[in-house]
Design a binder for this molecule. Structure first.
Ligand code: COI
Length: 355
């Protein structure tokens, strides 16, 4: 049994139109909150009505960005069951981020039970329409009212829920991506492998500049040689060249995506060659020129599988697969969402039912 206090709302909100959910704009009736102090450890676990929180302006997260987060989804099946996708992986990764950011870890099993309890309470908010889901955002912030630079002694762990549609307005249509020539995202020894807020803050300028040029997102290159592919801030990336699928290795500068890992496992189970290795932008460009770059796609919880139709590298445009979604991207999308929505068997036991 979980030791959580539950205070239900007296004023349930009207649910949004499922045809216009967008991403991350609507929030459900309840949220989870829990406090940490060095004396008491994690304590005061409770589910309360979704509401504003009040903090002193001096709390440390506002100044030094000691904050980590996760993103996972709950899916409604045709027979109205609610499934989570590999939730323990997200909570394990949250702890990896916590360790790097000097934030106290959370018990994984406890956190998964909390997510199940919260989602179950707000289960009517899990949308029904095809391609929609309930996005779950756990996060931890440093709450000491103090302006010295040190790890905070107090924290708040919060989980909020948001019914969502596609992350990119393009949906399963290919996205256009700008290969970032100037800014960098991460260096070895830094925080590139964590989900910490600052990674996203520092990426905004590149995204804004790419948008002005007509591109949805940027593709990051390594920070030293500006040659090797890293990731697309909201997704990991895969390239299919000469029948082999290639994705950059996890060497500390990119996010170890759970969708990335699931795609690798699916490809292996289909006996499609998949390698994790360094791949340079020159190699991508040359294979595209020779007609050997068959497909490129991004993977992420929010984005699912997102085909890449164009890459722009220093104004050299690479149109991939004629700018269309590739067969492998579509097959992966069908397989992954089939498991997530309980339409296909789940041979890897990835889904966990909320009940
Ligand atoms: C996710 O895919 O869940 C992400 O966290 C990406 C983005 C929405 C920050």
């Amino acid at each position: 049994m979980l030791n959580i206090e539950i205070h239900k709302t007296n004023t349930p909100q009207k649910k949004p139109d499922e045809n216009n959910l967008g991403f991350g704009q609507f929030f459900t009736d309840h949220m989870f909150v829990m406090d940490y102090s060095s004396k008491l450890g994690w304590h005061n676990a409770s589910i309360i009505p979704y509401s504003p929180l009040s903090f002193e302006p001096s709390i440390m997260v506002f100044h030094y960005g000691q904050a980590v987060f996760e993103g996972l989804k709950a899916y409604r099946t045709n027979d109205d069951r609610i499934l989570l996708f590999r939730p323990e992986k997200n909570m394990e990764r949250l702890n990896v981020s916590c360790r790097r950011l000097c934030i106290p870890e959370i018990d994984v099993e406890f956190a998964v039970e909390v997510i199940k309890t919260l989602v179950n309470l707000d289960r009517d908010w899990v949308p029904k329409k095809e391609g929609t889901s309930l996005y779950i955002r756990p996060f931890i912030i440093a709450t000491d009212p103090y302006l010295g630079v040190k790890p905070s002694d107090t924290y708040k762990f919060i989980i909020i829920l948001s019914p969502v549609g596609a992350y990119y307005p393009e949906g399963m249509n290919p996205v256009k991506i700008y290969v970032e020539p100037k800014y960098t995202r991460a260096a070895k020894g830094g925080v590139g492998f964590t989900k910490t807020s600052g990674n996203y803050a520092s990426s905004l300028i590149a995204q804004v500049e790419a948008k002005k040029k007509g591109y949805t997102q940027v593709l990051w290159l390594d920070c030293i040689e500006k040659r090797y592919i890293e990731e697309v801030g909201t997704m990991n990336v895969f390239f299919k060249i000469n029948n082999q699928v290639i994705t950059p290795p996890l060497e500390g500068t990119i996010l170890p995506g759970i969708t990335r890992d699931s795609v690798i496992q699916l490809l292996k189970s289909w006996n499609i060659p998949i390698v994790e290795r360094k791949i340079s932008i020159e190699e991508i460009y040359e294979s595209n020129t020779k007609g050997q770059l068959e497909e490129a796609f991004g993977t992420g919880t929010a984005a699912v599988i997102s085909p890449i139709g164009e890459l722009n590298w220093n104004d050299k445009k690479m149109i991939i697969n004629g700018g269309n979604s590739g067969a492998l991207s579509l097959k992966l999308y069908e397989a992954l969402t089939g498991i997530q929505y309980g339409k296909l068997p789940d041979p890897f036991s990835w889904t966990k039912e909320v009940k």
